[in-house]
Design a protein around this ligand. Sequence first.
Ligand SMILES: *Cc1c(COP(=O)(O)O)cnc(C)c1O
Ligand code: SF4
Length: 328
Amino acid sequence: MPDGDTTRQGRTLRTPSALREAGLLRPGAEADAARVAERFAISVTDHVAGLIDRADAEDPIARQYIPDAAELVTAPHEVEDPTADAPFTPVKGVVHRYPDRALLKPLLACPVYCRFCFRREVVGPDGGLLTEAELDAALAWFEATPAVREAVLTGGDPLMLSPRRLGAILRRLAAVPHIDTLRIHTRVPVAEPSRVDAALLAALDVGKPVFMAVHANHAREFAPAAVAALERLARNGTPLLGQSVLLRGVNDSVQALEDLFRAMLRARVKPYYLHALDPAPGTARFAVPDDEGLVLLRALRGRVPGLAIPTFVRELPHGGGKRPIGAS
Ligand SMILES: *Cc1c(COP(=O)(O)O)cnc(C)c1O
Ligand code: SF4
């Protein structure tokens, strides 16, 4: 684990046996889950475990986080690195695909591990924390690349860093004259809202805008503790955007998407992107065809405020970048 302290947040479930003891694995599912765990990380925070309806075999929260035997099957079209970051990595931890913005991945740990994650081959509790020297080199790259106007922190989840380390990174980036805005992509406000504390809020206060793109896929992820965390961020001056993935069995209906985007707006989060699923290994059970997604989004128009409608995007293969799908 990076220096984020996970124990103070309550018990996080990280093994098939812990999931079984918590009533989150069906009888007989533990052996398959153990095989999944050999390849892909598992984590369900105490907060998320409390959102799961154990009586519902189709629960849309459980489906996002509880390992399934289907993950052991890689479909022919699935690839290990669907966004093809590697050719766009000028220095370890940086992805520079568009001239004016670049990603910084300071670590690859997350509060929860999503079963559909496009980086599932690399994320994990002990993976990818940049060393001090690597982080210094990555930040020096931002300082030396004047075309870059926005630094996007992703990972993994940057809010798994301690506020002290996160604050140091944000302050150094904010001090770069050509960087106008910072952005953090995170699941923490909905997955482990207790991390949004006074120390984190202070770390975000760096004198330049720090946008936060919050990853959530179902209305029930906007539980009271999550909404309160988002309100703290909003009052702190952090503009909030929503980022979702269109997922079979989680949000693949007009009603589920309407509920999700309305829940975001109530939590002061502007829906920004709805991503089509990237074909990472063992994720086929979540796939929704693009034309079906387009029909869903078109049905939302007129039914919800324009403010509630994100841009529907797909990551092109071989590192082609994001492309809006249809005229949604
Ligand atoms: C998605 C992405 C960004 C940010 O794109 P926006 O459309 O500005 O949200 C930046 N760099 C890379 C490599 C990306 O994949
Ligand atoms: S939080 Fe993001 S990076 Fe982490 S497992 Fe989920 S989708 Fe992947």
